[in-house]
Design a protein around this ligand. Structure first.
Ligand SMILES: NC(=O)c1ccc[n+]([C@@H]2O[C@H](COP(=O)([O-])OP(=O)(O)OC[C@H]3O[C@@H](n4cnc5c(N)ncnc54)[C@H](O)[C@@H]3O)[C@@H](O)[C@H]2O)c1
Length: 390
């Protein structure tokens, strides 16, 4: 099959199998050039097929020599249709880690379910007995509560009043305008159920109960704060409520698992291009400006570079983990620097359709968006017939 990107509403519906593998190799090559560090050896990544989860797994494997189990929810290829990108990236990273004699395996299925938690526990027993790091990096729109069978859907909406702002169609290069009505109480509750910390806690408790969590193990989940311009739709919106809950869950995990000495951290990461962030209103325009500003200052990072800094400098960088006053790790520190934010917000006011190319790094955004789906990768012949099975 000859595979070209199929993009609708900032969502890429397909993926290129050999391009996705080559993209993973690019990330590995970057990691190989960084110093190794004494880190975890047995890792569980929940949501490790893309974005921050994939990069966490890759850095733990390449730079700390960790074996890893990945749990992700991706669609396999069929004769007529490619799989989702995480299907290919997971299989390829498994292969690359195994080539280094590291235990590496992926379980495809719904991480919110009891069955997948049980399967993961059995796999951990077989692979390495216990885990010393659990990364929780899910981004999902839907969750079925395993106790009640009730289904919850997350939304990206403001709370209290409606919100209007400019956004962008990064592929077409058009400025757009979005107006979003405020969420109902029900929508807020649903979003917290899906993207809050409830399932993170369930995972940690299930692992502890099955005795596959090592004493003194670390667990981390990822959050975002971002600029004032996105507050209404992000930090002060429905997803922000879920992130508040996720952040509070870190303390709850430490409280409940104190006897095992478990350390639980939320890391506030910077904004990057992932499948999840591409569909958040306003964020793509912010990202296109942020890229331009951070590249100009030599501070740009993608997922893999952020996760290297999180692991090497923060989680495993010394005897204690530096946090803010609320106990959160901050690897969004460069993004949130006062001078960077000022420049981004000043630029925001200058952007018009005519000045889009001048004031934003649209080509950089487009490249990263395509690359995370296996497109626009140097050396790949996109006119060649490829097997969708990868
Ligand atoms: N992208 C950003 O800019 C950004 C910034 C800061 C924090 N974060 C946070 O990082 C975390 C990961 O987000 P991302 O942007 O890397 O997302 P992503 O879309 O790249 O990856 C999400 C992962 O979750 C998995 N997943 C989704 N539903 C699942 C299910 N039911 N069962 C098993 N796996 C499932 C997917 O397979 C994938 O591996 C989120 O908590 C997000 O809020 C993202």
């Amino acid at each position: 099959m000859i595979i070209k990107p199929m993009i609708r509403n900032n969502l890429c519906m397909n993926a290129h199998p050999t391009g996705s593998a080559a993209w993973v190799d690019e990330q590995i090559q970057w990691a190989e050039q960084q110093p190794t560090f004494a880190g975890p050896k047995r890792v569980l990544v929940i949501g490790g097929s893309g974005g921050y989860g994939l990069s966490s797994r890759l850095i733990a494997g390449i730079n700390a020599g960790a074996g890893s189990l990945n749990v992700a929810f991706e669609r396999p290829p069929t004769e007529k249709r490619t799989g989702t990108v995480g299907w290919y990236t997971s299989a390829h990273l498994d292969r690359r880690l195994q080539e280094r004699n590291l235990p590496a395996k992926t379980i495809m299925g719904d991480a919110f379910s009891l069955e997948i938690k049980q399967q993961a526990i059995e796999a951990i027993r077989e692979m390495f007995g216990k885990v010393d790091l659990v990364v929780y990096s899910l981004a999902s729109g839907v969750r079925t509560d395993p106790a009640t069978g009730e289904q919850f859907r997350s939304t990206l909406k403001p709370i209290g009043s409606s919100f209007s702002e400019r956004s962008i169609d990064p592929i077409e290069g058009h400025l757009t305008h979005v107006t979003i009505d405020p969420a109902s109480d029900e929508e807020i509750r649903h979003t917290v159920k899906v993207m809050g910390g409830e399932d993170w806690l369930l995972w940690i408790e299930a692992l502890a109960e099955a005795d596959v969590l090592a004493e003194g193990a670390t667990t981390t989940a990822y959050s975002y704060i971002g600029p004032k311009i996105t507050y209404p739709v992000y930090r002060h919106g429905t997803i922000g409520r879920a992130k508040d809950h996720l952040e509070a869950t870190a303390a709850e995990i430490e409280g409940r698992l104190g006897s095992l000495g478990v350390r639980a951290f939320v890391s506030v990461n910077k904004a990057v291009v992932t499948r999840a962030s591409a569909v958040i209103p306003v964020v793509p325009l912010y990202l296109a400006i942020l890229f331009k500003v951070m590249k100009k200052h030599g501070l740009h990072e993608d997922c893999t570079q952020q996760m290297y800094r999180l692991f090497a400098d923060r989680l495993y960088g010394g005897s204690s983990v530096p946090t803010d006053e609320e106990g959160r790790i901050r690897v969004d520190d460069w993004e949130m620097r006062e001078d960077i934010q000022k420049e981004v917000l000043d630029t925001w006011d200058l952007v018009t359709q005519d000045t889009l190319e001048t004031h934003t790094d649209l080509p950089g955004y487009r490249h990263e968006f395509l690359a995370i789906h296996g497109f626009d990768i140097a050396g790949i012949d996109y006119d060649a017939d490829v097997a969708v099975g990868g």
